[in-house]
Design a protein around this ligand. Structure first.
Ligand SMILES: [Zn+2]
Length: 489
């Protein structure tokens, strides 16, 4: 037995990084040498973005795929040249099948276009999902803000949130609708678009308990009824956008710093972060006419502040151990249910940015962010690094509806895929011949499609590797925020 060297980008700094530069020649060696076989795949790597070769293709029929294993042609395939140096055929790097030459120039581009310098990565771009343009992604920004912070913290937070929204609205990929939700011992949805002519801002309050599964039908009814008031559509013109920013400022000014009981210490105030997230996600994900267009929708729920992770208000755990344990159990169940609900929909990303010197239940809240493709960050001060974190969090999304698929050369198979993934039901698979066509059993859905996020594969040797090299191909099919369909290979 011996080892095979992996091909260039594998062990380097490409989009696919193997944990070992060599793979065993046979299963017997693999089982004795104890080196884990696996790979980290980061399709939207920030620092490799420049090297990605972009190729426009009119349709899926213009993509050169292997007639046997359906792998995409790549620069790692051997080309057969004819007498006039034309391509006379190509041998699939994964299964070794000799394929007919590409039918058109576009096919040839796909075959030759990926470069090893760019980590062997190419992005095929297909026309938008709809010719009318209504296929573009409607993106909702929901700001969820802790209203129990001290007055001086709220004073710092307000201009930062206003500045963040002003920047987001100036961006090319501005949200299509915006909402503000604040939480203390109740959850409050604000009416950003309503012009009262004065400093008064209106909002509707709900008990945080409404989020529990027992109350879900009632919550859906109430949220559906009020949603058009809370989700302000972003106007196409600068004046309309400026009014929306003013609406946010007015709403934030109307948030009173914590006042109940006179002066409970910051860490003892009831703040139902989980209840607020659950209700905000529910409201954002419910289907309805408030969201523009018929294309896919994506909600980004950005939570700022603190909070324990409990099933409802009264966020501070009781003093007795029994009460504490009961609450922990209750909250673990609740978070699991919410994460499943949100993650399954695949259209709601929850990011939590802890700040304001208040407690944050990191272990309890982590699944909520992780399972939706979001992140959990904490900041010591309400200031520049928090604003930077918010901007980066908002800007890192590149698309929606991503499906990842992996093909490996003979003798090796994908054992497990870890990361922000959801099972991809066989019934939802597109037919062979569509742009994402011919998905393998390895195909998974990605809950988020963003810069710097990757998945981890563990590989297993099944039999001997018959050839002197072994290839792994990753395919990521998604719609960018402009509604263009893309296939990253
Ligand atoms: Zn093949």
């Amino acid at each position: 037995g011996g080892c095979l060297a992996m091909t260039a980008p594998a062990s380097g700094s490409g989009h696919i990084r193997l944990c070992s530069a060599k793979i065993p020649r046979d299963a017997a060696v693999a089982n004795t040498c104890k080196i884990p076989l696996g790979a980290v795949v980061e399709p939207f790597s920030r620092h490799l973005e420049q090297g990605v070769k972009r190729i426009s293709v009119p349709s899926a029929a213009h993509v050169a795929r292997c007639s046997n294993c359906f792998a995409l042609a790549s620069p790692f395939c051997d080309l057969r040249r004819g007498p006039t140096n034309q391509i006379a055929g190509w041998r699939c790097a994964l299964c070794g099948t000799l394929n007919a030459p590409p039918a058109t120039k576009e096919h040839e581009n796909v075959l030759l276009g990926q470069t090893e310098a760019g980590g062997g990565c190419a992005e095929l771009r297909f026309p938008p999902m709809s010719e009318t343009g209504s296929g573009s992604v409607s993106r909702t920004l929901v700001l969820v803000v802790d209203s129990t912070l001290d007055a001086d913290q709220l004073d710092l937070l307000r201009p930062g949130l206003v500045g963040f929204l002003r920047d987001a609205l100036r961006d090319d990929l501005a949200p299509t609708s915006v909402a503000l939700v604040t939480y203390g011992s109740s959850v409050r949805f604000h009416r950003l678009a309503i012009q009262t002519g004065g400093p008064v801002s209106e909002s509707d309050a709900f008990p945080a308990r409404l989020q529990s599964r027992r109350n879900s039908a009632r919550a859906d009814r109430l949220l559906a009824a009020g949603r058009s008031r809370w989700f302000a559509r972003v106007a196409p013109d600068a004046n309309g956008r400026a009014r929306l920013v003013e609406g946010l400022e007015r709403a934030l000014l109307s948030v009173n710093p914590y006042e109940a009981d006179g002066g409970a210490a910051a860490h003892e105030r009831p703040r139902c972060m989980v209840g607020a997230i659950a209700l905000a996600c529910r409201a954002a994900a419910l289907p309805g006419d408030w969201s523009r267009g018929k294309g896919p929708s994506l909600a980004s729920v950005l939570v700022v502040g603190g909070g324990w992770c409990t099933a409802g208000p009264g966020a501070v755990p009781g003093l007795s151990d029994a009460d504490r344990q009961l609450r922990e159990l209750e909250s673990a169940r609740e978070v699991e249910a919410i994460a499943e609900e949100i993650g399954g929909a695949g259209s709601c990303i929850v990011d939590i940015l802890g700040c304001g010197h208040v407690p944050l239940d990191v272990t309890g809240l982590y699944p909520l962010t992780q399972n939706t493709g979001g992140c959990l960050l904490t900041y010591e001060a309400v200031g520049d690094s928090l604003w930077r974190g918010m901007r980066e969090t908002w800007a890192r999304t590149v698309g929606v509806g991503a499906v990842a698929d992996f093909r490996v050369g003979g003798g090796v198979r994908v054992d497990r895929i870890c990361g922000p993934v959801v099972p991809w039901p066989a019934a939802a698979r597109p037919p062979i011949g569509s742009a994402a066509g011919g998905l393998t059993d390895n195909a998974v859905g990605l809950t988020s499609c963003e810069r710097g996020v990757g998945v981890c594969l563990s590989l297993r040797m099944l039999e001997n590797v018959s050839r002197d090299s072994c290839f792994l191909q990753g395919e990521f099919y998604y719609a960018d925020l402009g509604g263009e369909r893309r296939l990253r290979v």
